[in-house]
Design a protein. Sequence first.
Length: 454
Amino acid sequence: MTANPIAETVASLMPRAKAELAELVAFESVADPAVAPRSECEAAAGWVADALRSEGFRDVALLDTPDGSQSVYGFLPGPEGAPTVLLYAHYDVQPKLDESAWLSPPFELTERDGRWYGRGAADCKGGFIMHLLALRALRANGGVPVSVKVIVEGSEEQGTGGLERYAEAHPDLLAADAIVIGDAGNFRVGLPTVTATLRGMTTVRVTVDTLEGNLHSGQFGGAAPDALAALIRVLDSLRAEDGSTVVEGLDADAAWEGIQYPEADFRTDARVLDGVDLIGRGTVADRIWARPAVTVVGIDCSPVAGAAPSVPASARAQISLRVPPGQDAAEATKLLFAHIEKHTPWNARVSVEQVGQGQPFLADAGSPAYTAMADAMRIAYPGQEMQTAGMGGSIPLCNTLSELYPSAEILLIGLSEPDARIHAVNESVSPEELERLSVAEAHFLVNYARSRRA
């Protein structure tokens, strides 16, 4: 990394950053009381609030949002007339999943093979540490040249919309000229990337009923309608023979025009087993960034353990449909409902319940803020040009902020590159990426302040 005062300061702060990330990772802050005690989220929120106060932030507050979670807010005033930049992260995390599959305790930051492992290390507790590092580097080198608002969400992983509803009810709170969402990631370690598109999402729960109760499969099987078999027919109807998503009326042929994702790299990143085909058609980038994708994320029926020889009377599944930019999530939900109802066999009784929904997002990658970030990335990643990529995941807050503040420029960066394995066991963060992106964010704030003065 080319020596400069900001980079040198960030490098000197990395041991402190590791210690702080370890403290934050130690909270099992899953925003679901069925998984972890609410006190863990409350403790994590308190830690974030204390960190902001120690950095001189004013108006630090724990915001009680409509879904029962707490978001943490703080404001750091800048020079008179300076623009305001909102920095976003979230402290809630995904569940640990199968703890026995972790090579080190999930809520204990552990260094291994040059990476720091722990749930939330990249997604997105590390994103908050990135913001702190950038601000500390600026304060040590002449001061922060913009006014800064920080918002750290407490239920992003649950998708229950608490912060979105709170922001809508308090529209002045998060108003800013530019917004940096620290919840994305580089396309590859060492390749600086901003995310310009996000797929939206609709989640539905499908229940199929055929009988008043389970029946002996020997006595009634063959004529009695099997609810699980009916559900399987419904789920199978959502995919073509090649695995492409097929929801009648939903466009599934869009193409991605930006950076491409080589199939071999994707197979490695996705850890596809040898000999197993990828699904869908078109380029990998088409499939994961520009087209809808349906996933069956859960099924309820009789478990294999202790299974009885009976015909299932009822079966249930939860389906996630990712919706690409250019399509409306509400309309996609209607089409999904209609498709399920049409493809339910044998006149079985089917009910479809919407569980969650978020619209896709498309940023203006030609805005002045993107120019400022591209210049900053060149400093933090010498010899590399900033790339623009999509992300298959959803961050519904982006759309809320875009609607509330239509003139604000929104950029997505972060630590969730493929090797981070977010949402999986053995999540980790690259300390080199944390360092470089902190340098980039600091220089972005300098560049952005300068561009607004010009």
